[in-house]
Design a protein around this ligand. Structure first.
Ligand SMILES: [Zn+2]
Length: 346
């Protein structure tokens, strides 16, 4: 029997937004270096975390409960745990590292460095990072009435190709920074030290429930961060077949003015992407501008068809975004003419 996953990893707001940006930005900017490299960095992070998720899910321990990524608040600060494992005896925090290069770890200085074309780049000490998460988690637990639950931390290197040189051959480091491949062994080693139950079933259920309730995924604003303006973006719904935009609304369908391809639901992705970029609500007016249509009635029909939560009445009515964890996970890179590009969406 394997652990129970009580929260499955979802794409981060940042990753979803980069994917949406490739759908929204005018084709001539789509290969912009910063956009592509930031997207790839975020995607590598997500893929690395999924490697670790798979390893945890296959660990033969049935009374482990796994949260694949959670972000909690100790006001005024937030802290993000890559993977949190609950059991009645001990909690585990996994700090996941996704870079696929060679690093040097100096345990005397508490420094992680990397040589990049003759220059030494320095990174946060991953062991101290994991310890900081442990402290954050302890404070969070105590504020909610959970005391004396032991917490163990591991820094997990997600990709087998990553090399971390432990320059002082410090034996502690070999037990603290580990490769994903040896995760089961290290979970065994640590788990073995805890034989006594600290929490009851009921307490553990309550803890899981509170964690899920208080998870608050980070939102980013990449349009602002990358200085992308309206003029860089596609207006209206682009055709999935030929890329022409905007598609026009015609008898309950969208139709491409160029290749005459039609779609019933082309607006859905556009509206969900709007939420990723522009916040958590849309009005009828904003929707008309987004889809490049004139009729308030049509916009209302479209918005109602998406079964979004609503707030307010009449002209003040707002249609609310789903939570970040409820967004569709598959991405569409819609223009066939660009299929040869280096970007691959899954
Ligand atoms: Zn078309």
């Amino acid at each position: 029997m394997n652990p129970t996953t009580i929260k499955h990893r979802k794409k981060t707001h940042e990753l979803l937004t980069y994917e949406a940006l490739f759908r929204w930005i005018l084709p001539q900017y789509r290969q912009h270096k910063t956009i592509v490299s930031e997207y790839k960095r975020e995607k590598a992070g997500y893929d690395g975390e999924r490697n670790v998720d798979y390893k945890v899910a296959t660990y033969p321990q049935k009374d482990f409960f796994v949260l694949q990524g959670i972000r909690l608040q100790n006001p005024p600060f937030y802290f993000q745990i890559d993977t949190l494992i609950l059991s009645k005896r001990v909690l585990f925090i996994l700090e996941i590292k996704n870079k696929q290069e060679t690093f040097r770890y100096d345990s005397k200085q508490g420094q992680l460095t990397q040589e990049v074309s003759g220059q030494t780049k320095s990174y946060k000490d991953p062991i101290l990072q994991a310890e900081a998460q442990k402290t954050n988690m302890q404070i969070w637990l105590e504020r909610r009435g959970f005391f004396n639950i032991p917490i163990e931390t591991l820094v997990v290197v997600a990709y087998p190709s990553t090399i971390i040189e432990n320059i002082w051959d410090d034996p502690d480091v070999y037990n603290k920074i580990i490769h994903n491949e040896s995760l089961h062994h290290h979970l065994d080693r640590l788990n073995h030290n805890y034989t006594e139950n600290i929490t009851t079933n009921t307490q553990l259920k309550k803890l899981s429930h509170t964690l899920l309730q208080e998870d608050s995924p980070l939102r980013v604003n990449i349009l602002q961060d990358l200085n992308i303006k309206e003029k860089h973006l596609i207006k209206g719904i682009p055709c999935e077949k030929c890329g022409q935009h905007p598609m026009s609304r015609l008898y309950k369908k969208w139709r491409c003015p160029n290749c005459f391809a039609t779609s019933f639901k082309a607006h859905e992705r556009k509206i969900l992407d709007y939420f990723l970029f522009h916040g958590t609500a849309i009005t009828n007016k904003k929707c008309r501008n987004l889809l490049q249509i004139n009729s308030p009635k049509t916009a209302q029909t479209i918005l109602n068809s998406m079964h979004l939560q609503q707030e307010g009445q009449n002209r003040g009515r707002k249609y609310l975004s789903p939570g970040i964890n409820d967004f569709p996970q598959h991405s569409i890179f819609p223009y066939k003419s660009h299929s040869k590009q280096i970007l691959q969406f899954d």
